[in-house]
Design a protein around this ligand. Structure first.
Ligand SMILES: N[C@@H](CCC(=O)N[C@@H](CS)C(=O)NCC(=O)O)C(=O)O
Length: 248
C-alpha cells in the first residue's frame, strides 16, 4: 500500500508544533516538514486554512489546522502505537486534559519565554529562522526589533498577563506532579496524548534535550533565570522523563 504524502507546515521550536512532530515521530509516520517564518507565514497559512496558526497538516489532499485535530486524524489513520487510551472513560479524560493544557498551559509558557527572551529580539529571530537559507535569516534578524513588538502584542506579553501566566504555570506544575506521582503518567497508568501535550507545552520553560526543541545557547540572561526558576519542580523532572522515555 502506498503511503499518503504528509506535509507538516510548521514553525521550528514552537511547542504546539512540537506536539504534532512528537505524534508523527512516535507513530513512525514518514512526513516532510515545511518551515515558515512567524509573521511572513500569515498570507499563505490564511489562504490555506482561513486562520493564521500553525501547525497545519496536509494529508491526502486534506488540510487540517490545530494540534488536537491533527493528532486526532493521525490516531484514526495510524492507531498503532496508540496515543488514546482504549478505555472510554480514560480516553475522555486524556482528551479533556489535552484541551485544558492547549487552552491554558500553552499560552502561559509561551508568554513567559517571550517575556524573558524578547529583550534580545535577535535571539528569538535566529531561533525561529532555523532551517531557512542564510540570506532570509539575516533579513529576518534585521527586522527582529519590529517582530518583537508584534510578538508581544500578539501573545499578550505585558506585566499583568505575565503574572497570570506565572500563576497558571505554578498551579499546572503542582497538578501534574500530583497527578503523575502514582504511575508516572496522567491517565490510566500509560503514556497518552495527555502526557505528550503537557510535556510538549512545558517546553518553553525547561531545558528540552530533544534536538527539535533544544534551545540555542547562549540564551538571554532572563531566559536562563526563567528555566532556573522551574528546574527543581517535580513536574519538570517528570516532563524530562516523559521526553526521555517517549520522544523518539
Ligand atoms: N490551539 C492551536 C494553537 C496553535 C498556535 O498557537 N500556534 C502558534 C505558534 S505556537 C502560531 O501559529 N502563531 C502565529 C499566529 O497565530 O499567527 C493548536 O493547538 O495548534
Amino acid at each position: 500500500m502506498t503511503q499518503p504524502a504528509i506535509e507538516l507546515l510548521q514553525f521550528p521550536f514552537s511547542h504546539y508544533n512540537e506536539k504534532v512532530r512528537w505524534a508523527l515521530d512516535f507513530k513512525g509516520i514518514p512526513h516532510q516538514r515545511i518551515n515558515y517564518l512567524p509573521g511572513p507565514h500569515v498570507p499563505q497559512i490564511r489562504r490555506l486554512t482561513g486562520q493564521n496558526a500553525v501547525p497545519v497538516l496536509r494529508i491526502d489532499g486534506k488540510v487540517i489546522a490545530g494540534s488536537g485535530r491533527i493528532i486526532d486524524e493521525l490516531e484514526q489513520r495510524y492507531p498503532e502505537p496508540p496515543l488514546y487510551p482504549r478505555d472510554r472513560g480514560d480516553r475522555e479524560q486524556a482528551l479533556s486534559l489535552q484541551a485544558r493544557f492547549d487552552d491554558d498551559l500553552g499560552p502561559a509558557t509561551r508568554r513567559l519565554i517571550f517575556d524573558a527572551a524578547l529583550g534580545e529580539p535577535a535571539y528569538v529571530a535566529d531561533m525561529f529562522s532555523t532551517g531557512h537559507p542564510q540570506w532570509k535569516r539575516t533579513l529576518y534578524r534585521a527586522f527582529s526589533p519590529l517582530t518583537a513588538v508584534l510578538i508581544r502584542s500578539g501573545n499578550g506579553v505585558d506585566p499583568a498577563q505575565v503574572r497570570k501566566a506565572e500563576s497558571t504555570v505554578a498551579s499546572t506544575l503542582d497538578f501534574l506532579a500530583e497527578r503523575s506521582a502514582a504511575s508516572g503518567y496522567l491517565v490510566g497508568g500509560e503514556f497518552t496524548v495527555a502526557d505528550l501535550t503537557a510535556a510538549a507545552l512545558l517546553g518553553p520553560i525547561f531545558d528540552v534535550s530533544h534536538p527539535d526543541m533544544k534551545k540555542p545557547r547562549p540564551m538571554p540572561r532572563r531566559a536562563e533565570e526563567l528555566l532556573a526558576r522551574y528546574v527543581g519542580h517535580p513536574a519538570v523532572s517528570w516532563a524530562v522523563e516523559i521526553y526521555r522515555k517517549h520522544r523518539t
